[in-house]
Design a protein. Structure first.
Length: 87
């Protein structure tokens, strides 16, 4: 079986709704990765501790851009421009 570690690091970022992803059970933020289905998306915060809309799978490295307005009551801060991901 081919390892999934880092397999999607260079893949095109995926736009997904955090609310639509399967729960991982780890926390209210953690979701199963839509690309590899085994890795975790933990939701990232910026240096102001705000929740951001760009995340990366811990296993395969897939970048996801959340389309939700908020996650678990936290408004999402758009950091796509600072990550070079603005469309
Ligand atoms: Zn993944």
């Amino acid at each position: 079986m081919k390892s999934k570690v880092g397999s999607n690091v260079k893949a095109t970022p995926m736009r997904v709704a955090h609310a639509a992803l399967p729960d991982s059970g780890a926390s209210e933020f953690a979701k199963a990765c839509p690309a590899c289905e085994e890795g975790l998306l933990l939701v990232r915060r910026n240096d102001k501790h705000e929740v951001t809309n760009v995340d990366r799978c811990l296993l395969c490295g897939q970048v996801v851009i959340y389309t939700d307005a908020s996650i678990a009551g936290w408004p999402l801060v758009d950091v796509t421009a600072s990550k070079g991901l603005a469309s």
